[in-house]
Design a protein around this ligand. Structure first.
Ligand SMILES: [Fe+2]
Ligand SMILES: [Fe+2]
Length: 309
């Protein structure tokens, strides 16, 4: 990859990338996914909770799958804080603001349709879900990337990870829950489009300022955590989700890092500053260590219910 320049400042990157934001935003709009949340739900299946309180028997499901639905839905609920984080990086009139509003509009229907499905199907405890929402949203904790380069590196990884988590959760639902499988597939499809926007925006940023982007990408990969740290008992849920084979270190390495970093072709990035060259080495070492950790876990654990495949 040949860089347009190598020392763009934070503001320069935002200014110089504006035409790419517009190009990718227009590409996003050219292939709309106009599914309607209310049409996805089998409303006649619903029962009042007052007369019929929720029990696990309403919808038998592995604990890791319940945890994944819970965490994924609460993450969608936390959207307002992601919106404001992104807006902090959007100067007035910059096209990233237009993208942010479109993205917010699309993300908002994920929580709506998931919650409708959850309440009608009774796949998870609605009381625990609402308590989780109250706790998480009153904290408003979301990752806050420092620079625009950090932001687009992080969000590229996060949208891909979210797509994988929704897709794999849907695959773990019982075959008879066609509504649930369809809802999660629709959401995963939206996340794919969000990922493509950020992945390609980051690629454009690498061409403008490869050093800043390399340093940002290395930092974001090293520190990456799925959104959700404000969710009650997040670590316990994350362990269950990984054990179920839905999302864990293995998926982060194989389904997120491999495609994202491979697409950015970081091995062949030219024109890096000494700091950025160090960051590239750091990144290689982090990825290698993650690979070793995944192999160690795969050797240690056996059986079909394990996160590693
Ligand atoms: Fe979403
Ligand atoms: Fe998304």
């Amino acid at each position: 990859m040949v860089s347009k320049r190598s020392t763009a400042s934070r503001t320069d990157l935002l200014t110089e990338i504006a035409p790419d934001v517009e190009r990718l935003y227009n590409r996003h709009l050219e292939a709309p996914r106009l599914w309607l949340p209310h049409e996805q739900i089998n409303w006649g299946q619903g029962e009042n909770f007052g007369e019929h309180p929720w029990t696990e028997e309403n919808y038998p499901l592995a604990a890791g799958v319940r945890s994944s639905i819970y965490v994924n839905l609460l993450t969608e609920d936390n959207l307002p804080y992601y919106t404001s984080t992104l807006l902090n990086h959007a100067p007035k009139g910059h096209p990233i603001g237009d993208w942010n509003r479109q993205w917010t509009m699309e993300e908002n229907r994920h929580a709506m349709v998931m919650r409708d499905w959850v309440h009608i199907s009774r796949c998870i405890d609605p009381v625990m879900l609402e308590e989780g929402r109250r706790v998480q949203m009153s904290k408003g904790i979301v990752p806050e990337p420092e620079t625009f380069a950090d932001l687009i590196s992080y969000v590229s990884l996060q949208e891909k990870a979210t797509q994988v988590a929704h897709r794999n959760t849907g695959a773990h639902l019982p075959k008879h829950d066609k509504v649930g499988r369809n809802v999660l597939a629709l959401i995963a499809g939206d996340e794919t489009k969000h990922y493509l926007f950020y992945r390609d925006l980051a690629l454009a940023a690498f061409a403008i300022d490869p050093s800043a982007m390399m340093i940002a990408a290395a930092k974001q990969v090293s520190n990456f955590a799925m959104p959700g740290t404000g969710i009650p008992n997040f670590t316990r849920h994350a362990v269950r989700i990984a054990r179920e084979g839905i999302y864990g270190l293995n998926q982060f390495l194989k389904d997120v890092l491999d495609p994202v970093l491979g697409y950015w072709d970081l091995d062949h990035l030219a024109g890096l500053s000494p700091d950025a060259e160090r960051a590239r080495l750091d990144l290689e070492s982090v990825v290698a260590k993650l690979g070793e950790a995944v192999e160690r876990m795969a050797r240690r654990v056996a059986g079909p219910s394990v996160a590693l495949s």
